[in-house]
Design a binder for this molecule. Structure first.
Ligand SMILES: Nc1nc2c(ncn2[C@@H]2O[C@H](COP(=O)(O)OP(=O)(O)O)[C@@H](O)[C@H]2O)c(=O)[nH]1
Ligand SMILES: Nc1ncnc2c1ncn2[C@@H]1O[C@H](COP(=O)(O)OP(=O)(O)O)[C@@H](O)[C@H]1O
Length: 238
C-alpha cells in the first residue's frame, strides 16, 4: 500500500476554489480528535457551527460552537442562513453559509464536522463539489467505550447516541470515503491522502506528481466502494 504523503497538501493554486470536505460519523467516533491532528499546520477554514445545546465545561462560545437559543437558531434558519442544519438528540446544529462561501471563494479548503443528516443535506445541495468522508468506529463496543470514557453525556444520552449511530453506520455507502478510526495515525494519514488526492483531481492526471499518484492510490483504498456490506454489518453487530 502506498505510504501516506508526509507533507501537508499544497494549498490551492491561484484561481482554484477551495475543497469542501465534510467529515461525518457517529457521535464519539473521534471526528474532533482526528480533525485536530489532520488540520494541524494547515490553512484550512474549519466551520464553527451554531447549536442550541448547552456548552460543556471548557467549551468556548465562538470557538467550539456559537451557542444560541432555539429562537435565535430558528430565526437564522428561516432567513436561509445555514448551508445545512439538523436536530441531533434534542438539540439543533447548523452550519452558517456565508463564512463557507467566502472561504471557498478565496481558495481556502473548508472542513465541516457534522452529523450524517446534515452531511446528506450538503451532498444534496452541493452535489459532487462536496467531498463526504464517513468516519467509522472499529465496532459499536468501542464506540460505547469512547462515549462513556469521554464522560460528556449522561448514560441515557449515550444510549440515544448509540442507537442513532447504528442507523448512521448503515448509511456509510452514501459517502465517497469511509475511514475506520482505530489507529489514529493511520486514519489521519488517510484523511491527508483524501485531501491531497481531491486537490490533485482538479488538475489533469498528466500533470500529477509522484506524491499526487501516491495520495490517489491511498485514497482509493478508503473509497466507500472498497467497503463490503459484510464488513459494515460486522461493525454494527460487534
Ligand atoms: N448537522 C450538523 N451536525 C453538527 C453540526 N455541528 C456539530 N454537529 C454534530 O452534532 C453531533 C453532536 O455534537 P456534540 O453535541 O458536539 O457532540 P459530540 O460531537 O459527540 O462531541 C455530532 O455528530 C456533531 O458532529 C452542524 O453544524 N450541523
Ligand atoms: N482512534 C482512537 N482510539 C481510541 N480512542 C479514540 C480514538 N479517537 C478518538 N478517541 C477518543 O474517543 C472519544 C471521542 O472522540 P471525539 O473526537 O470527541 O469524537 P466526536 O468528535 O466524533 O464526537 C474521546 O475521548 C477521544 O479521546
Amino acid at each position: 500500500m502506498a505510504s501516506a504523503p508526509q507533507d501537508r497538501p499544497a494549498s490551492s493554486l491561484p484561481g482554484e476554489r477551495g475543497l469542501l470536505i465534510v467529515m461525518t460519523g457517529a457521535s464519539g467516533v473521534g471526528k474532533g480528535t482526528l480533525r485536530e491532528r489532520w488540520l494541524a499546520g494547515q490553512d484550512v477554514f474549519y466551520s464553527t457551527s451554531w447549536t442550541t445545546r448547552e456548552p460543556r465545561p471548557g467549551e468556548v462560545n465562538g470557538r467550539d460552537y456559537v451557542f444560541v437559543s432555539p429562537a435565535e437558531f430558528l430565526a437564522k434558519a428561516q432567513q436561509g442562513g445555514f448551508l445545512e442544519h439538523a436536530q441531533f438528540v434534542g438539540n439543533h446544529y447548523g452550519t452558517p453559509i456565508e463564512p463557507i462561501e467566502a472561504a471557498l471563494d478565496r481558495g481556502q479548503d473548508v472542513v465541516l464536522e457534522i452529523e450524517v443528516e446534515g452531511a446528506m443535506q450538503v451532498k444534496d445541495r452541493m452535489g459532487e463539489r462536496a467531498i463526504l468522508v464517513f468516519i467509522m468506529p472499529p465496532s459499536l463496543t468501542e464506540l460505547r467505550r469512547r462515549l462513556t470514557g469521554r464522560a460528556t453525556e449522561t448514560p441515557e444520552r449515550i444510549e440515544k447516541r448509540l442507537a442513532r449511530a447504528r442507523d448512521e453506520i448503515q448509511e456509510a455507502h452514501a459517502f465517497r470515503y469511509v475511514i475506520v478510526n482505530d489507529d489514529l495515525d493511520r486514519a489521519v494519514g488517510e484523511l491527508l491522502a483524501v485531501q491531497h488526492a481531491e486537490r490533485a483531481a482538479q488538475r489533469s492526471a498528466e500533470h500529477w506528481t509522484e506524491q499526487d499518484r501516491e495520495a490517489r492510490a491511498l485514497a482509493d483504498t478508503v473509497r466507500s466502494t472498497a467497503l463490503s456490506r459484510e464488513a459494515l454489518q460486522r461493525v454494527v453487530e460487534s
